[in-house]
Design a protein around this ligand. Structure first.
Ligand code: CAA
Length: 251
């Protein structure tokens, strides 16, 4: 498997973030060539690249506004010119703008829908024809337990994350005979900045008690699932929505 992995190029959107960093580094450890994209607003990207280099991992990195179709088109073309064809796409970039529906503005809604859901179209559109032509591809869309069950304060986020799986299922059907798999993963509460930003009292009293395993998930546990979905052995897994949530939501 490692020999096959070495030849594959993977793009991880939001690949420097909490979950993204684990995905990028674990994929690189597994032998993939990994390109990370980061938000154009991220001023610390160079530091991240340097830190990774000092840990022995070299990444190519591109600023991509995943909410902007034209930017995705231009940057994916650039990635292809610089690094080669894209075999694996992990649509991981996402944001929260948590607030009750009563307080939510149209901008809060649009921003989350564009970054979390439109991004799947914007990025996947750039890579799918090539995957079909080469008869091999993996698209992994990172959704959330809150797209499956809903979450207080997240009408925007839950809607976008639920939408991701509709996209996954429809596209998986269209490309199933072309060697391309498309899957959703739905992590629960993972110990990243997005989760530790939740008010402590809410986390302790409303969220942690609902997780049967009794703790937050670890980013590397989610990355391990992604490694599996990228593998040859996962060729029969497509259109799935794989939960990884410590038993918080079973269905
Ligand atoms: N379930 C039930 N009630 C809740 C609740 C919850 N999860 N969260 C908040 N409430 C209740 C509070 O207890 C409070 O009730 P009272 O008025 O009776 O005291 C009321 O709602 C208002 O709560 P706040 O005082 O916190 O009000 P706020 O307006 O300042 O903030 C909020 C509201 C933004 C929703 C805030 O509570 C919050 O951030 N909640 C967490 C939202 C969340 O779970 N986000 C997930 C982020 S992680 C992620 O998204 C990753 C992933 O994929 C899993």
């Amino acid at each position: 498997m490692a020999i096959i992995a070495e030849n594959r190029l993977a793009v991880v959107t939001g690949g420097m973030g909490g979950l993204g960093e684990s995905i990028s580094t674990k994929m690189a450890d597994a032998g993939y060539r990994v390109v990370v994209t980061y938000s154009p607003a991220n001023t610390k990207w160079k530091q991240w690249i340097d830190d990774m280099r000092s840990r022995g991992q070299a990444f190519s990195a591109y600023p991509v506004d995943v909410a902007d179709y034209d930017d995705c088109a231009a940057k994916c073309a650039q990635i292809r010119r610089d690094c080669g064809e894209i075999d694996i796409l992990v649509n991981n970039a996402g944001i929260t703008r948590d607030m009750t529906f009563k307080k939510m503005t149209k901008d809060d809604w649009d921003e989350v829908m564009r970054t979390n859901l439109d991004s799947c179209f914007n990025m996947t559109k750039q890579v799918m024809d090539g995957m079909i032509d080469r008869n091999w591809g993996r698209v992994i869309n990172v959704s959330s337990v809150n797209g499956q069950k809903g979450a207080f304060g997240q009408t925007n986020y839950s809607a976008a994350k639920a939408g991701i799986h509709g996209f996954t299922k429809a596209l998986a059907l269209e490309v199933a005979r072309r060697g391309v798999t498309v899957n959703t993963i739905s992590p629960g509460y993972i110990g990243t900045k997005m989760v530790t930003a939740i008010p402590g009292e809410i986390l302790d009293t409303k969220i942690l008690p609902q997780i049967p395993v009794g703790r937050l998930g670890k980013p590397e546990e989610v990355a391990g699932l992604i490694i599996y979905l990228c593998s040859e052995e996962a060729a029969f897994v497509t259109g799935a929505n794989i939960s990884i949530n410590g038993g918080q939501h079973m269905y």
